[in-house]
Design a binder for this molecule. Structure first.
Ligand SMILES: [Zn+2]
Length: 234
């Protein structure tokens, strides 16, 4: 923990000492320039191929290349909380697309493993979900965060695993609290995560919530690393 705090402190000092540059094109100036922000495009629907059974309707915030990818990695791995408003705004767009209308929304963040939370000095998805609510509330949307999911055991690192292996790796990993249904109180339930790949994590989280009577309407994600074979539209 001390090492992690020192790393974050060093990063913060470095950030203060260096002039800002755009996350996308590295030009000096704002954290993200107007051109690079516009290049992320609009939220779009995402369906992985193959698509896991009961995969929730999912929207990504935009093109997951220079800006969104850099912002996710900076928030996740380098504790760049100054980028939360930017990512929150992007994710709010995906939530609004996933849950259109003006009704109440309940955001359920996908949880990280305990080791990841320790290494990162916090749960980045809880922070991002909270920031996303700020952006949605500004737009007049009633929205709350419910960290209803937890991990029953730590899965192995999914890098390099096939879709079938990922599915087995997540067997029995996620569980939802017993009182989640009561807390939802009729709101539209939207899962939120940073990145979607095979769709296994979102599917398993939706199933875990469903077992406790909380039906997930959709999922909103900052981006996807997937390209070929998957369907992006909108
Ligand atoms: Zn730029």
């Amino acid at each position: 923990m001390v090492t992690r705090l020192l790393t974050l402190l060093a990063a913060a000092v470095t950030d203060l000492a260096l002039p800002r540059s755009c996350l996308g094109c590295c030009r000096p100036g704002d954290t993200v320039c107007v051109t690079c922000w516009a290049a992320t495009g609009e939220p779009r629907a995402f369906t992985p191929d193959p698509c896991p059974p009961r995969f929730p309707p999912t929207w990504v915030a935009g093109r997951y290349d220079a800006v969104l990818r850099s912002a996710v990695l900076a928030v996740k791995e380098r504790g760049r909380s100054d980028l939360l408003p930017l990512l929150g705004a992007a994710l709010a767009g995906a939530v609004a697309a996933a849950a259109p209308g003006s009704g109440a929304v309940l955001l359920v963040p996908v949880p990280s493993t305990r080791a990841a939370v320790r290494r990162r000095g916090g749960d980045h998805m809880r922070l991002l979900a909270r920031r996303t609510t700020v952006e949605l509330q500004r737009a007049g949307r009633p929205v709350t965060v419910l960290p209803a999911l937890r991990l029953l055991r730590t899965p192995q690192d999914s890098a390099g695993l096939s879709a079938a292996e990922r599915a087995r790796n997540l067997d029995g990993v996620f569980a939802a609290g017993a009182n989640t249904r009561r807390l939802a109180a009729g709101a539209c339930v939207v899962l939120v995560d940073d990145v979607v790949t095979t769709g296994t994590t979102l599917t398993r989280c939706a199933l875990a919530l469903g077992e406790m009577g909380l039906q997930v309407s959709a999922a909103a994600v900052a981006g996807t690393t997937r390209r070929s074979g998957d369907r992006l539209s909108g």
